[in-house]
Design a protein around this ligand. Structure first.
Ligand code: ADP
Length: 682
C-alpha cells in the first residue's frame, strides 16, 4: 500500500480491526437507505458538497454512501479517512495546504483540490475504528467544537445503525437457521415417527412370529415370570406334557396348577432365576394329577433365564422334551440285558467277541473258567486256537474265516485242551458276524458252552446201543438160521398155517436184522468205526435182488423197476443195499397203498444215479434241509403215527458221502417225493 501521508496509517491492532469491520458484512453491499439519509443530512448540516460514510478496509476505503463523490472506493493510502480511524476522535484538516501530514496527498495537490476534511470515526461497541462519517470541501474551512460534536453524534448514529443492522442480520439468520433447524427437527421427528411405526410393526410381526414359533415348536416351551412363576407364554406341547391345554395355563401361576411338582421343580427354576445361570436336567421323572387321572413320564429340560430391557432377570424360559419312550425302552433294554446276563450265568455260557481284522479277543469270566484259563494277562485269540485239538483246528479256523468273510451264523462242536490241566473237553461255540452301519462285518461275537458231559453221555449211549445191537445180532442170526431150516423142513407139510407162520417169522427177523444193523451202524459211525468194504458189483442186479426180497416182505404196494443194463460200481455192496432198502421202505412208509413206487437206475456221466419216486405225502420245504440229519423226523398230521427213529436217511447219506457220492430229494407236499443218490462208476 502506498501511503501518501507523512504518518503511519496502520496500527498494531490492524488485523483485529479489519476482522471487526468485516463482521458487519457491509463491504460490497449497496448503500442502504438509512445511510444515504445520514450522508445527505451531513451535507445539509455542514453545507458541504461532499459528505459520505466510509469504511476503511485493509487496502481500500469504501464510500458506502456518499454525496458528491463519483467513485465508490479509493486507495487507503490516499484517503483522509485512513487518518480518522487512527484515533477515537473527530479528525479535522481545516486547510490541507498548511498541514504537512497531508500536503503531499494527491487529492490535495492534484486536480481534486481538497482543502478541508472533517471526519468522525465509526467506533464499534468493542472499540474498533472501522470507518468514518465525513465531509470534504475544496475550500479551507473552520470547524467548531460544536461542529465536531454534531459530526461525532452522527457517527454514533451511523454506528448504531450498523450495529442494529448486524443484529437484525444475525437475528434473521438465526431465525432462518432456527427455521431450518425446526424444519430439520420436524423432518427428523416425522422420520423417527415412521421408524417407530416400522419398529412397532416389525415388533408386532416378530412378536407374532415369535408366538408362532413357540406354538409350532416340537419341544414344549413355557415362559415363567417373577417369583410367582406366572405363565407368560406356553405352547401345546408343554401343556400336553401335563395333560392340559395351553390356554388353561396362560397367566396362571404354574405351581398353583400343578402343586404336586412344586417340591422338585420350583427350586430348579428359582436357582436359574436367582443366579442367571442356565440349567439342564435329563430323564427326570415327573407325575401330575389332573381330573382324577395320574399323568407321569420322563422329561429332559433346559432352563434359561430371560432378562427385561434393563438387564434384570424377569423370569425363566423352559424348554422341555418328553423322553418317556426313550427312557422306558432304555429300561427295558437294561432289563433285557440283565436277563440275558442272568441267562448267560445260569446257562454257564462263556461269551466272546472277536475283532474280525485284528482278531483281538474279548471274553467273560465264565469263558475263562470253561477254558481253564487262570493267568493274569488276557488270553489271546492265537492262544485260544492253539488249545483246539489238531483234529478240529483246521475246520474251526475255516468256519471262523467263513463267518467273518460272509457274515452269518457260526456253530461248531469241537474238542480242545483246558489250559490249566490239559484235560480234553468238548465245546460248542456259536456266534454271529453282524454288519455295522456301513455294511462291513465287524461284530463277531457269540457264546461257548462246555458240552463234555453231553458228549460223554452220547458216547455212553452209543456204546450201549452198539453193545446191545452187537449182542442181539448173534441170537438173531441163530434165529434166522432156525427159521430158514424150519421153512425148508416144512416145505412139504400140508398145514398151510405153519408155512405162512414161518414166512411171517422170516419177514420179522429180516426187519429186526435191518433195524439192528441200523443201530449198529449208527454207533459205529459215531465212534468213527464204520468201515466201507468195497467190491465191484452190478448195482442194477443189487436193486433187483432187494426188490425180489422186499416183494416178499411188503404186502400189496406196487414197486416198478425197469431193469437196466449192467451198471458196475466199486462200493460196499451191503451198505449200498441198506441205502436202497432204506429209501424204498420210506417210499412205501410215506405213501399210499394204491400208488406205485418207481425205481430207476441210470448212468449219468461218471456216475450212476438211483432214484426212488413215490406219490405220497411229500415233504414241506422247511424240512428238506434237515431230513438227512441224525434223529430228524417230520412230525405232522400225516407222519405222526408212522413209527421210526430218524436214522435211516442219516445213515444213508453218511454211507453215500463216504463213497464220494451225493444224495438228495425233490419233493412237493401232497404230491410225492423222489429220493436219489449217485455213486461213481468203476
Ligand atoms: P424215519 O423214517 O425212521 O423217521 P428217516 O431218516 O428214514 O427216519 O426219515 C426221516 C424223515 O424224513 C421221516 O421221519 C419222514 O418224515 C421223512 N421222509 C423220509 N422219506 C420220506 C418220503 N418218501 N416221503 C415223505 N417223507 C419222507
Amino acid at each position: 500500500m502506498h501511503n501518501t501521508f507523512q504518518k503511519e496509517i496502520i496500527l498494531p491492532n490492524e488485523p483485529e480491526r479489519v476482522k471487526a469491520l468485516r463482521r458487519y458484512r457491509l463491504l460490497g453491499t449497496y448503500a442502504e437507505k438509512s445511510f444515504i439519509n445520514i450522508a445527505n443530512l451531513v451535507a445539509e448540516i455542514f453545507h458541504a458538497s461532499i459528505a459520505m460514510i466510509s469504511l476503511v478496509d485493509a487496502e481500500e476505503v469504501s464510500f458506502q454512501s456518499n454525496v458528491g463523490m463519483n467513485s465508490t472506493t479509493g486507495p487507503r493510502g490516499e484517503s483522509f479517512c485512513s487518518l480518522t480511524v487512527l484515533r477515537p476522535e473527530v479528525n479535522v484538516v481545516e486547510n490541507a495546504l498548511e498541514d504537512p501530514i497531508v500536503a503531499q496527498n494527491p487529492l490535495v495537490c492534484g486536480d481534486f483540490g481538497l482543502r478541508f476534511y472533517a471526519g468522525a470515526p465509526l467506533i464499534t461497541h468493542d472499540g474498533f475504528l472501522i470507518g468514518t462519517v465525513c465531509l470534504v470541501d475544496t475550500q479551507p474551512r473552520k470547524f467548531s467544537d460544536h461542529d465536531r460534536r454534531v459530526l461525532e453524534g452522527l457517527a454514533k448514529i451511523v454506528m448504531e445503525q450498523i450495529e442494529l443492522r448486524l443484529s437484525n442480520l444475525i437475528d434473521t439468520e438465526k431465525l432462518a437457521a432456527t427455521n431450518d433447524e425446526e424444519h430439520a427437527e420436524n423432518h427428523r421427528l416425522s422420520q423417527s415417527q415412521n421408524e417407530l411405526n416400522d419398529t412397532i410393526r416389525q415388533l408386532s410381526q416378530s412378536e407374532s412370529r415369535f408366538q408362532n414359533l413357540i406354538r409350532d415348536a416340537t419341544v414344549g416351551i413355557i415362559v415363567l415370570t417373577g417369583s410367582e412363576m406366572r405363565v407368560e407364554i406356553v405352547n401345546d406341547v408343554y401343556a400336553k406334557l401335563i395333560g392340559r391345554q395351553a390356554r388353561e395355563l396362560m397367566d396362571q401361576e404354574l405351581f398353583k396348577l400343578i402343586p404336586e411338582t412344586e417340591a422338585y421343580f420350583r427350586p430348579l427354576i428359582d436357582k436359574v432365576r436367582m443366579s442367571g445361570e442356565p440349567l439342564d436336567i435329563y430323564d427326570t421323572p415327573y407325575t401330575v394329577h389332573h381330573q382324577g387321572k395320574r399323568i407321569n413320564g420322563y422329561l429332559s429340560a433346559a432352563y434359561q433365564p430371560y432378562r427385561d430391557n434393563n438387564g434384570d432377570i424377569a423370569g425363566v424360559m423352559v424348554f422341555t422334551h418328553d423322553v418317556t419312550d426313550q427312557v422306558v425302552s432304555r429300561f427295558k433294554l437294561k432289563e433285557a440285558d440283565e436277563m440275558t446276563n442272568m441267562a448267560i450265568m445260569a446257562a454257564r455260557l462263556g461269551a466272546w467277541h472277536i475283532e474280525p481284522v485284528s482278531k483281538a479277543l474279548v471274553y467273560n469270566t465264565t469263558l475263562a473258567r470253561i477254558f481253564g484259563y487262570d493267568k493274569d494277562s488276557p488270553m489271546t485269540y492265537e492262544q485260544a486256537i492253539a488249545q483246539v485239538t489238531e483234529e478240529y483246528r483246521p475246520s474251526i479256523l475255516k468256519a471262523i474265516e467263513k463267518a467273518i468273510a460272509e457274515g452269518g451264523d457260526y456253530d461248531v462242536v469241537y474238542q480242545q485242551r483246558r489250559f490249566n490241566d490239559s484235560e480234553l473237553i468238548w465245546l460248542r461255540s456259536f456266534g454271529k458276524v453282524s454288519p455295522d452301519i456301513n455294511g462291513n462285518y465287524t461284530v463277531f461275537s457269540g457264546f461257548v458252552m462246555d458240552v463234555t458231559e453231553q458228549k460223554k453221555d452220547e458216547q455212553r449211549k452209543n456204546d450201549f446201543i452198539g453193545m446191545v445191537s452187537h449182542e442181539l445180532k448173534t441170537p438173531l442170526t441163530s434165529l434166522k438160521a432156525i427159521i430158514q431150516l424150519c421153512s425148508v423142513k416144512l416145505k412139504n407139510n400140508a398145514d398151510p398155517f405153519l408155512n405162512d407162520a414161518m414166512g411171517k417169522a422170516n419177514i420179522q427177523v429180516k426187519r429186526m436184522t435191518a433195524m439192528i444193523n441200523g443201530f449198529l451202524n449208527i454207533s459205529r459211525l459215531e465212534s468213527g468205526k464204520i468201515l466201507i468194504e468195497k467190491s465191484a458189483f452190478d448195482i442194477s442186479r443189487l436193486i433187483q435182488d432187494i426188490l425180489d426180497e422186499s416183494m416178499l416182505t411188503t404186502s400189496s404196494q406196487a414197486i416198478e423197476f425197469i431193469p437196466a443194463d449192467e451198471i458196475w460200481v466199486n462200493a460196499d455192496r451191503d451198505k449200498t443195499g441198506s441205502v436202497i432198502s432204506n429209501l424204498l421202505s420210506n417210499a412205501v412208509k410215506y405213501s399210499f397203498k394204491d400208488k406205485p413206487v418207481l425205481v430207476t437206475c441210470k448212468r449219468a456221466g461218471e456216475n450212476v444215479v438211483v432214484s426212488i419216486q413215490d406219490f405220497g405225502m411229500g415233504i414241506k420245504p422247511e424240512h428238506l434241509d434237515h431230513i438227512f440229519e441224525r434223529y430228524y423226523r417230520v412230525k405232522d398230521d400225516y407222519t405222526r403215527h408212522i413209527s421210526g427213529f430218524g436214522i435211516g436217511l442219516y445213515l444213508s447219506s453218511e454211507i453215500v458221502h463216504r463213497h464220494g457220492g451225493k444224495i438228495g430229494v425233490d419233493s412237493e407236499r401232497g404230491k410225492g417225493s423222489t429220493f436219489w443218490f449217485s455213486l461213481p462208476l468203476i
